[in-house]
Design a protein around this ligand. Sequence first.
Ligand code: PEP
Ligand code: MN
Length: 338
Amino acid sequence: MILVLQQNNSSEEIQTLMDRLRELGLDGRVIQNANRTLIIVEGEIAPDHCGLLENDPAVELVVPTVDQPLPSRQPRGGETRQVLLRPGGFAIGGPKVGVIAGPCSVEDRSLLLEIAHAVKEAGAIGLRGGAFKPRTNPYSFQGLGERALEFLAEAREQTGLAIVTEVMSEDQAPLVARYADLLQVGTRNMHNFNLLSAVGRTGKPVLLKRGWSATLEELLLAAEYITSEGDSDVILCERGIRTFESYVRNTLALAVVPAIKQRSSLPILVDPSHGVGVANLVAPMCKAAIACGADGLLVEVHPRPEQALTDSSQTLSITQFQTLMEEVQRVAVAVGRD
Ligand code: PEP
Ligand code: MN
């Protein structure tokens, strides 16, 4: 249910209405747009609530909505919504933990194919690789663009792995959606609301990375920009936040995983590569992520990490990745996952 408020309500009148919602066992989110204030009502809406709220002096109109709780708020008795990834149909959020691995950036065709076959062999279900790279320094390698998307599509054909790659701008969304199976929105763009809407319109599943200074609440609201467009499913991703700590690149906030499970039905992956930024800390954090309930991992892998064009210090070698996969499998089984 949505309440359209009278124009010119004071903040006290809005607060009184919010208190009234709470008395009715409901909750509400206030949305302020240019000329109107709306309240999205959440909770168990009873048939008489509509009439009661219509008579409230602060309310101009009550708009009933289809009885469909918001995806980011719907714990469904603790159940996680499953997001199917093509081409294999792997269900992220199901009983199996899914690992998506690959280079930070797609660097060339044969290297990508080599990595794709190796991570597939080790048990990955998806291949990650940036075609359009969000670089801090404008003179650093920016990615191969559409050529990289073609290489990724070829890797999918050869291995059956789902392709995960970043979309950086609204106008790229239709292009990347033609190639990728899961569209990544990176940490720097979590607050880019036009981009969120644009990826939501593609109908492809979206991997939404947490902004490095975003709260959990802001992450869930960003997810709603995507799901409210219609057809796109969202998988959240914890990838570390910025703190004063300097022995790691970011601080991986693993508590967000169980917190998301308590508040939302959206599946969540953890990206320890960006979360710590140091290769020898990636495996322990992968294991911790699975232990605390993550639905999967995003891991950077390269046959020669020291030569990787981007994020080389946090990238695992193929051998390190194979060992990691054996270790996380044991943790997954220990916590009742597959
Ligand atoms: C990436 O996955 O390579 C990446 C750039 O991630 P993030 O947006 O989390 O920094
Ligand atoms: Mn990277």
